[in-house]
Design a protein around this ligand. Structure first.
Ligand code: MRU
Length: 366
């Protein structure tokens, strides 16, 4: 996608063939800065501190991180250490484990002197595959949006609500939940997006609003609490969100607050779709509420907020009284019964065990 008219992906290999470049997402939307990463510890830090975030992108970053670990020391012990270290950075998105395990399996069969090159190349394949998965999701989602357009008065926009950032910034390109929106917009369909701000880190207000604006997609940022009201008044035609881990039975783990949107959607008869590429599906578990590990992040993300001052400085301020404790679960689980459909790279399927098994008989590719 484009930033100030220039095409970017969120991550790419450096010209030296021994480093990667990322967009520092902690600085958006007020600053656009690129960071070069040349070692596994910095890659791990980038994931933990959310310089990169979003399930698919942290998987790709970890794959490159493992390659950088092999450049420093390709021995078996380091392969094991680096794999465990990277996987521990964020527990919820299954893409992180999936990508590390995929590269690691390949490296276990490779002689140590070949491990860096093998891993770096495989990380590139995962990144390219991610673009293709997202684009396929975009095309399947476009069909859904076309159906919604057909039910609207001529010229009236289709109103999509999304939560968090499951946009191109969360993937390598296109995004998952936003890919259908970009495809619809590019096809000339009138589409408008309500963007949940997504407290506490504000991925919607900061990142989704930024990328939709850069692509010229009409959008409106709303407080997280506004979605139910809009649905009651017919303001939302469909909800489309991403996922960090969807279980074999179709339970969807995604950014905290997604569950409340699904409940409101159900109560108001608004279709609730989840864009779910296969590396975000965990076929080893079924019960999302009980089995998905939910990351608990720092209190400071709730007690403080950052923004741009009138002087053009980005600054951080405290919201809560000194001494008030905060709790910060980063994800929640939406039970499959609240999900209208999963938009996968293989088409739109029902969120249940038999539909998932039929669509992905061989489990997750790779
Ligand atoms: O904590 P984050 O910003 O990494 O959470 C991101 C989300 O919850 C996204 O919705 C999810 O990863 C899907 S991204 C295509």
């Amino acid at each position: 996608m484009r930033v100030d008219g220039k095409p970017y992906t969120t991550i790419w290999a450096g010209d030296d063939g021994a480093s990667i470049k990322i967009i520092d997402q902690t600085r958006l939307p007020h600053r656009f800065e690129i960071i070069t990463i040349s070692d596994v510890d910095t890659a791990a830090r980038a994931i933990a501190e959310m310089w990169v975030r979003g399930a698919p992108l942290i998987g790709v970053t970890a794959a490159y991180g493992l390659a950088l670990a092999m450049r420093a020391d390709p021995a078996d012990a380091n392969l094991e250490r680096a794999s465990a270290h990277l996987k521990a950075m964020r527990p919820t998105a299954v893409n992180l484990q999936w990508a590390v395990d995929r590269v690691r399996r390949l490296l276990e069969a490779a002689p140590p002197p070949q491990r860096f090159k093998t891993a770096f190349a495989e990380a590139g394949v995962i990144a390219r595959d991610d673009i293709a998965l997202c684009e396929a999701i975009g095309m399947h989602g476009l069909s859904l949006i076309k159906t919604l357009v057909a039910g609207k008065p001529p010229g009236a926009p289709v109103n999509i609500l999304t939560h968090c950032n499951a946009g191109w910034l969360a993937t390598v390109d296109w995004g998952t939940a936003t890919a259908p929106v970009y495809k619809a917009h590019d096809a000339g369909l009138a589409v408008h997006v309500y963007v949940d701000e997504t407290r506490p880190r504000n991925q919607g207000a900061a990142l989704t609003a930024f990328e939709l604006g850069q692509h010229g997609v009409p959008h409106t940022v709303i407080a997280d609490n506004a979605g139910g009201h809009l649905m009651q008044h017919g303001g939302i035609d469909a909800v489309i969100v991403g996922t960090d881990r969807t279980t074999a039975s179709g339970d969807v783990c995604n950014k905290i607050g997604t569950y409340l949107k699904a409940l409101a959607a159900k109560d108001n008869g608004v279709p609730f779709y989840v864009a779910a590429p296969s590396p975000s599906i965990d076929f080893s578990i079924a019960d999302g509420v009980r089995e998905v590990p939910i990351e608990i992040r720092s209190e400071a993300e709730v007690t403080h907020i950052s923004g741009l001052t009138a002087d053009g400085e980005v600054t951080r301020v405290r919201l809560t009284p000194e001494g008030s404790r905060a709790l910060n679960p980063a994800f929640d689980v939406t039970p499959a019964r609240l999900v209208t459909g999963l938009i996968t790279e293989r088409g739109v399927i029902e969120a249940n065990a038999s539909a998932l098994a039929a669509a992905f008989r061989e489990g997750i590719a790779g």
